[in-house]
Design a protein around this ligand. Structure first.
Ligand code: 13P
Length: 252
């Protein structure tokens, strides 16, 4: 069975004290609640990772980084490596977020190297991709998504590919309040799964979790998560509030 996953991408929000507080609130909610099978991940900024790992230690909540560099070490001012993330207990990393692509020039080629570096360190990758509004308006969304996935991931062997969690995040739905409809999400997720099936076969395709991201909130999560190829969500704004985040986790 595929893993159900809800991950919170905190983006550039929350200082150390705020992050610690929010991490503790999430842990408390999960402990009190009856969440059984859903995997929960939070992704604070680099400066709060170590404290978030500590705050979540005795819980089922995992901590992810929002980015990393592909090199081990060296003259890369401002960057953080997989080895450094592992040293503070972080074993999951978000790569390829549209904000990284749009504002920091991350290309498919760079992302392929980052994916390799993360997997070499036995990390789990949450790999993000998605079309911009112009692509959807011109009906090119599937072609765009297919290229993003192929360019950054399809050099991997099937066994390595299994360590990837895919996150479809249509750029036009991120932080805009405009969500893809459950039907649009399902249609794209089914397309993605078929694309994986063609390359890696049924077993791999059926084991990969594909998350939806983009204005996901307590009011729409249930319907989106009910779709057969939607295995959870990558949550931005709503993950900054423990009640909302928990309500989304509880939407399965
Ligand atoms: P919002 O949920 O704020 O739209 O952000 C989605 C996202 O980008 C998660 O990575």
């Amino acid at each position: 069975m595929r893993k159900q996953i809800v991950a919170g991408n905190w983006k550039m929000n929350n200082d150390l004290a705020e992050s610690k507080k929010l991490a503790k609130q999430v842990v408390k909610k999960i402990k009190k609640g009856k969440i059984k099978d859903t995997k929960v991940i939070i992704a604070p900024t680099f400066v709060s990772l170590a404290s978030a790992v500590k705050a979540t230690k005795k819980s089922k909540v995992k901590v992810a980084a929002q980015n990393m560099h592909f090199e081990e070490s060296g003259a890369f001012t401002g960057e953080v490596s997989a080895k450094m993330l592992k040293s503070v207990g972080v074993k999951t990393v978000i790569l390829g977020h549209s904000e990284r692509r749009a504002y920091f020039g991350e290309t498919d080629a760079i992302l392929a190297k980052k994916v390799d570096a993360a997997l070499a360190h036995k990390m789990t990758v949450i790999f993000c991709f998605g079309e911009v509004l112009a692509d959807r308006k011109s009906g090119k969304q599937e072609a765009v998504v297919e290229q993003q996935i192929k360019n950054a991931l399809f050099h991997l062997e099937g066994t390595a590919f299994k360590n990837i969690i895919l996150a479809y995040e249509p750029v036009w739905a991120i932080g805009t309040g405009e969500t893809a409809s459950p039907e649009q999400a399902q249609e794209m997720h089914a397309f993605i799964r078929t694309t994986i099936k063609e390359k890696y076969g049924d077993e791999v395709a059926n084991s990969i979790s594909i998350l939806y991201g983009g204005s996901c909130k307590p009011s729409n999560a249930k319907e989106i998560f009910s779709k057969p190829d939607v295995d959870g969500g990558l949550i931005g704004g709503a993950a900054l509030n423990a009640n909302d985040f928990y309500a989304i986790i509880n939407s399965f």
